[in-house]
Design a protein around this ligand. Sequence first.
Ligand SMILES: [Zn+2]
Length: 173
Amino acid sequence: MVSVDGHRQAAPGELERVRELLNTWLVPNDTRVPTDNLAEFCAARGLGTAEADTIRALRDDLRSVIEQPADAEGLLADWSASTALRPVLSQGRLAFAHDGGLAAELLAAVFSAAAAGRLRRLKACPDCRWVFYDHTRNGRKRWCLMYAGGPEGRACGTIAKVRTYRQRHPGTA
Ligand SMILES: [Zn+2]
């Protein structure tokens, strides 16, 4: 996995664990073939088959939450019900209690990020689908900074940027 800005795309706190899960499904820029690394993710955490199935479903739903925000409300309501997630006050701050398990921990991280206004900064690149955290001041970053095979490779967003340039400068090749 090649990234030129690995450290600058990490999400704050527990939300980074969510980002790690989301990026177990990706479309590498060099092959452009969708790849699923969830089995390794679950094996590294010692998860059994049943829990791995839950984590896969959670990953796919959280990807929908991020890529199609219109679906977010219903999906998150279902998951908060199935993991018995409940809001609590912890030392005067909003937190999310649950009955344990990785899915519940990750979901609590998602809700905490939403409560802090951070969830909208977790974005999937519309080109390669890589999930990154947008640290820009205005929060309007669209593309990741992935390159295939170094600087000579194809950068995400390049095609769209060229199209925009040509629309603004008709007559250029
Ligand atoms: Zn990308």
